[in-house]
Unconditional design. Structure first.
Length: 309
């Protein structure tokens, strides 16, 4: 079992581990296709929960859920079982140095991307976790389908941008894996909630919302010197959106309208370059919440704000 739930009638439903691994693999591969990394994400999906095949985990999930007991009580639950290290170790043993890329994704798919080594994280660092070979030794490979343990996939694509783009590439792959894992788990645990995940509007229609918002905002604003400068910044951002994709910088003092001007650039650039989405990466949770709130006023529920891990 990968997961188990009891419905309102008291009937237990089991989520097959093989089915979960295959579906997460499929979804993650689809998510990574736009940046030519589907094979990496496919393997990460197949191996991310290999540790759940261990007898210890199967005992844990049945006991913790109450599946194996008449009455489940929190105080009687066993401790958690490490189910992510096994797949990370397996990836390194199967793929050598390349496997370490997958090891980062697999080891961190619940807790977040680990450091390779640091004094602060101690035994949680990936270097230490890859030495814990006992997690791999617990796996009953005789019952693991060969299509999962040995899928015959050898990733050949390289990180876009080479060494400079490696960190971003790993984070994109990590996002693909985590998204796929959460979505498939949610589909099993709460199909009604999962059904609400579809139907996001294309960026072109969001551009219309943005333009309407800015039209109202500018018509109601006083023609102060600050607002004149803000409009100039906004216009420059729109003008630069037609340029080829690359790295752009926007250096504007506080109060200069960077949040909306940058969104204008992002939507226009996405339209010209046929991009699929806009991703905002911002330091500090408070700033993320503030920015997401501004965009949600314009775009409604088409803004997806992640929950910090």
């Amino acid at each position: 079992m990968a997961h188990v739930r009891k419905d309102d009638d008291g009937v237990w439903h089991k989520h097959s581990l093989e089915e979960h691994l295959r579906e997460v693999s499929r979804l993650a591969g689809e998510f990574a296709q736009p940046f030519n990394s589907a094979e990496w994400a496919t393997l990460a999906g197949l191996w991310h929960d290999l540790g759940k095949y261990s007898a210890r985990f199967q005992i844990y999930i049945k006991s913790a859920s109450g599946y194996d007991r008449q009455d489940a009580h929190i105080e009687g639950l066993p401790g958690r079982v490490n189910h992510s290290s096994a797949g990370a170790i397996y990836a390194c043993e199967r793929m050598g140095a390349k496997g370490r890329f997958l090891a980062y994704l697999i080891a961190g798919h619940h807790a977040g991307l680990p450091d390779w080594f640091s004094i602060e994280t101690g035994a949680a660092a990936l270097a230490y976790r890859l030495e814990a070979k006992e997690h791999l030794a617990e796996l009953p490979f005789s019952i693991i389908p060969s299509a999962i343990s040995n899928p015959g996939i050898t990733p050949s694509s390289k990180p876009p941008g080479g060494a400079t783009g490696l960190a971003l590439w790993l984070r994109m792959l990590f996002s693909c894996l985590v998204d796929a894992d959460f979505l498939d788990t949610e589909m099993f645990m709460s199909a009604e909630k999962a059904a609400t995940r579809a139907g996001y509007r294309p960026l072109g229609s969001l551009m219309a919302d943005f333009n309407n918002h800015m039209l109202i905002k500018t018509s109601q604003a006083d023609l102060t010197q600050v607002n004149v400068i803000r409009n100039q910044i906004l216009r420059q951002c729109r003008d630069k959106a037609v340029l080829p994709s690359g790295i752009f910088s926007l250096s504007v003092p506080t109060g200069g309208g960077k949040t909306l001007a940058s969104m204008a650039f992002a939507l226009e650039h996405a339209r010209y370059q046929n991009k699929q989405r806009v991703i905002y990466v911002i330091p500090y949770t408070s700033i993320i919440e503030q920015t997401a709130g501004i965009f949600r006023e314009i775009f409604g529920e088409n803004v997806v704000e992640p929950t910090p891990i």
